[in-house]
Design a protein around this ligand. Structure first.
Ligand code: AMP
Ligand code: MG
Length: 348
């Protein structure tokens, strides 16, 4: 049975945290808020508990999960030969939305990392996540708390939508503030490589890592369309197909308007994910509008809620356009591309 309990991040109820920590220590699953998205957590040292994460999410065993720690000292219990660079990054960006890929410590079971010799580690900054990690006194393996390939969960309600009955306890600490996942940096090779853009912008990482490279498949320039084994295009997707428009703003607006009218004439229900400033460009159309907010931070935090909200309203397609790919915008573009299964409608 799934229990959902509210917890105030500013006045943490210690008894509730102890109860959640107990569930983790006994091999159960706890969904908890982080500053990026909600995590579906299990004791990272317990392979049977971690196996429950994969079952609950319907996640393939080939997709590894991130290990969360609550104290800097725990890093040496989950990773081997931690390089000085990892310590410098941790010093600068932890707690926060940065995940480091390092050499896996033998204490971390292979299932966590899909059998790879590496481990992805992060220390979240959300007070509820930190309190839970510190009370549990074990590292917590936690992917996003959504069914596999669905938009990540950024509220406790999203967790319930996807995982009711499959998780023991959900801690509801309100909406995740960033709303996109962590930036993942692989430090096991030279130079360091970004595997996923996220909450820490590349520009910030480059101040410490000038040689940083980016190997995010969908963000490469010449997409050859061939899927490498284990590469998953469909990710973060709403149920309705997501149509991603890109190009000069005026051309994009015109193309989106034409598409809405065309789909409407064919009896389709259309949803639009837009920014606040764009309402007047679309509000005369026969479409459902979801206003994600006025700036990149707001838009990023509302993206997954927007997809889920339009899905709940039963639209046949969701139209959205790209935003500037600087700062958090790169992570936003990555999630939009994946949700659109790599297809972009180029306009103008
Ligand atoms: P999620 O938290 O659901 O966004 O998923 C965790 C992400 O971290 C996935 O995209 C994984 O591929 C990535 N990840 C976890 N462990 C590793 C690892 N050892 N090496 C590379 N990527 C990893
Ligand atoms: Mg995920």
């Amino acid at each position: 049975m799934t229990r959902l309990l509210s917890i105030d991040p500013l006045h943490i109820d210690d008894a509730l945290i102890q109860r959640a920590a107990q569930v983790i220590r006994k091999g159960g699953l706890v969904a908890f808020p982080t500053e990026t998205v909600y995590g579906l957590g299990a004791n990272a040292l317990d392979s049977a508990a971690v196996a429950r994460i994969f079952t609950a999410k319907g996640r393939p065993a080939s997709d590894p999960v991130i290990v969360h720690i609550g104290e800097r000292d725990q890093l040496d219990q989950v990773a081997l030969n931690v390089p000085p660079l990892a310590s410098r990054l941790a010093e600068r960006f932890w707690p926060g939305p940065l995940t480091l890929v390092l050499t896996r410590h033998p204490s971390i079971p292979a299932i966590v990392s899909s059998g790879m010799p590496t481990v992805a580690v992060r220390m979240p900054s959300h007070p509820v996540a930190l309190a839970l990690l510190r009370a549990a006194q074990v590292p917590i393996a936690a992917p996003s708390a959504n069914r596999f390939s669905r938009p990540s969960a950024t509220t406790a309600q999203h967790v319930l939508e996807d995982l009711h009955g499959a998780v023991d306890l959900i801690l509801d600490g309100g909406p995740a503030s960033i709303g996109l996942e962590s930036t993942i940096v692989d430090l096991t090779g030279d130079p360091p490589v970004v595997l996923r853009p996220g909450g820490i912008p590349l520009e910030d990482l480059r101040t410490l890592l000038p040689a940083l490279q980016v190997q995010v498949r969908l963000l490469r320039e010449d997409e050859d369309g061939i899927l490498a084994p284990g590469m998953l295009y469909k990710h973060y997707s709403p149920r309705a197909p997501l149509l991603l428009f890109d190009g000069p703003h005026q051309s994009v607006v015109e193309a989106m308007r034409r598409t809405v009218l065309d789909m409407h004439s064919r009896g389709k229900a259309v949803g639009l994910l837009i920014a606040s400033g764009e309402r007047s460009s679309f509000d005369d159309l026969p479409a459902l509008l979801f206003d994600m907010g006025g700036d990149l931070a707001a838009i990023s935090s509302q993206l997954f809620e927007g997809m889920r909200s339009l899905d709940r309203q039963g639209v046949d397609a969701i139209l959205v356009h790209g935003y500037d790919r600087v700062g958090l915008g790169l992570a936003l573009w990555d999630r939009l591309l994946r949700a659109a299964e790599g297809r972009v409608i180029e306009c103008g």
